[in-house]
Design a protein around this ligand. Structure first.
Ligand code: KIV
Length: 279
């Protein structure tokens, strides 16, 4: 990675400085071509461990490995030039101790070229976040409906409903801020709670199913464009139905192969090239 390409990118301090300003725009990306298409439109691309469900077909994010995240993170860095790139730490790679977290996060930063990592957890992860940030690893925290806790939650359920639970999520937000996180993804919580967290913290909040009260928004791109059919959460607005389009195109291609109308003469090579274009 050249220093010139690093210099063009939006950095962590710029994301951090957007608190209370123009809303921060983020989408997930897992591949270089997708990163290339989204790069001009977003402030940061999140290489989310949602790729376990969206790309690999698992029914949760739990089977995702560090090697998967590193391979996809590096692809997204290669495919983009402007957006800040943040890579998710997968389940089991950062919870055991701050030292283990440091070793694995350092690998992600060094082997992908990303700017920061994201990890799930609030109060319970504060010590680790402090350890990482004191050693130069920028951390985006993720609280509320944290998908790696799907078994503890008994499903992908809205979090922070009721006074006690709202207070616990608010305490998570304060803990990760005090530990040095530069931002907080808040997922699947009621609007009033997201508003309180955003108002009471000095770092940007990025909402997903957490209302427009947040300082920015993130969506899983495949949810947004209709490319991931098995489960669409209420908060994922469908801006397009590319999955339907792809099925239609595949059907047309299959018909044309079977009736031999594809390939046409324009897709075939002559024995001798008529022009350079034809070789
Ligand atoms: O893995 C992911 O894509 C995420 C977002 C949904 C925030 O964590």
């Amino acid at each position: 990675m050249s220093t010139t390409s690093q210099a063009r990118r939006i950095g962590v301090p710029e994301i951090r400085a957007r608190k209370g300003g123009e809303p921060i725009v983020s989408l997930t990306a897992y591949t270089a071509p997708m990163a290339r298409m989204l790069d001009p439109h977003v402030d940061f691309l999140l290489v989310g461990d949602s790729l376990g469900m969206v790309v690999y077909g698992f029914d949760s994010t739990l089977p995702v490995t560090l090697e998967m995240m590193i391979a996809h993170g590096a692809a997204v860095v290669r495919g983009s030039e402007r957006a800040c790139i943040i890579v998710d730490m997968p389940f089991g790679t950062y919870e055991a101790s701050p030292e283990t977290a440091y070793r694995n996060c350092a690998r992600v930063l060094a082997e992908t070229g990303c700017a920061a990592i994201k990890l799930e957890g609030g109060v319970a992860m504060a010590e680790t976040i402090a350890f990482l940030t004191a050693r130069g690893i920028p951390v985006l925290a993720h609280i509320g409906l944290t998908p790696q806790s799907v078994n503890a939650f008994g499903g992908f359920k809205v979090q922070g409903r009721g006074n006690d639970r709202a207070a616990a999520v608010l305490a998570d937000a304060h803990a990760v801020e005090a530990a040095g996180a530069f931002g907080i993804v808040i997922e699947g919580v009621p609007e009033p709670l997201a508003r309180t967290i955003t108002g009471e913290t000095t770092i940007p909040t990025i909402g997903i199913g957490a209302s427009p009260a947040c300082d920015g928004q993130v969506l899983v791109t495949e949810d947004m464009v209709g490319l991931f059919g098995s489960f669409t959460p209420k908060f994922a607005k469908r801006y397009a139905e590319l999955g339907d389009q792809l099925e239609d195109v595949a059907g047309r291609y299959a018909t044309e192969v079977r009736d031999r109308s594809f390939p046409g003469p324009e897709h075939c090579f002559a024995a001798e090239p008529a022009s350079k274009k034809d070789s």
